[in-house]
Design a binder for this molecule. Sequence first.
Ligand code: CP3
Length: 355
Amino acid sequence: MAALRNDLLLRALLCEPVERTPIWIMRQAGRYLPEYREVRAQAGDFMSLCRNPELACEVTMQPLRRYRLDAAILFSDILTVPDAMGLGLYFETGEGPKFERPLGRAGDIRKLRRPDVETELGYVFEAVRTIRRELDGAVPLIGFAGSPWTVATYMVEGGSSREFKTIKGMAAADPDVLSLLLDTVAATTLDYLNAQVAAGAQALMIFDTWGAALEPKDYRRFSLASMQKIVDGLVREADGRRVPVILFTKGAGPLLADMVSTGCDALGVDWTTDLEVARRYVNDRVALQGNLDPATLRESPEVIRQGVADVLKSYGTGPGHVFNLGHGITPDIDPDRVSVLVEAVHELSPKYHGS
Ligand code: CP3
């Protein structure tokens, strides 16, 4: 395997010195890019795109051709895991994810099994290998999965949810059944992430989009504890290099302090916490990734540049910062605005590093 020509991301995630702040963008491959919409139309639908390693590789590479990004992220979805567990994932246009067989109450959960990931999710690992070949050492490839709690919200509610009525009811009335579900999802996710590393993923991110919908004690009991089980079992080295692990609980705020003790390498931070404050929560024990508000990308180039300057200043000097948005880029963004963002990070960040 070719040595990495740009390893800024891996160094920053391990709090090692860098010449400038690396940048990648959550959902960097997606509908805001016309070339993505074209390939998705060619694939037919989103899941067919995910299941086709050549096309998944193509859309992974698209943002790297346009922008000077420091990482690629596997094109897939967090809900491939429950799909592999037999729930039948599908996407209704404009409606988000749905399951043909969502989990009802306890009975379904007791029957749930940890699937063989090589059989059920082999298409993902094939995509990872294809992307690594195509990247040829240009930048590292990030693999990912959802947190067990976040994935379980979709499994139990049957799709996207605002109030999480059914799963919160389960947390209150049947916590042992919920824990059983989270354990099965965590075990499957662990197999899934380790197989991504075996296939060539060089850093890992766990997306916990809905952890902060729980009150802190339940966050620790259900979301953080299940992420901990994954971190404990992960293979942390490949090709003689550490494979850094990033945890991202959207809206974590002060819970960032609790997340450090999982043994992760880095934490994603959304825009509701200043990086300066986040840095104090974590005491510089892990790297931080974030946190420009994605809404800033709707503004003028001057406002975007100022937003970048503010985020860099908020983190301050020293290693351990990876620039990103505080959540995924939305489909309405003008691709030219993303160039302004990426170029501003290249231009404005060197003064926060070295002499
Ligand atoms: O970041 C990347 O470029 C890699 C690909 C990626 C996707 N989903 C592709 C995708 C990643 C990392 C995800 C993670 C994901 N998926 C999360 C966690 C991160 C977050 O955004 O909070 C969640 C909660 C999901 C579940 C999911 N997938 C939802 C709710 C939706 C529908 C909403 C939407 O944006 O349409 C998806 C679909 C999805 N996943 C799309 C993409 C590019 C859009 C599908 C399309 O092309 O129509």
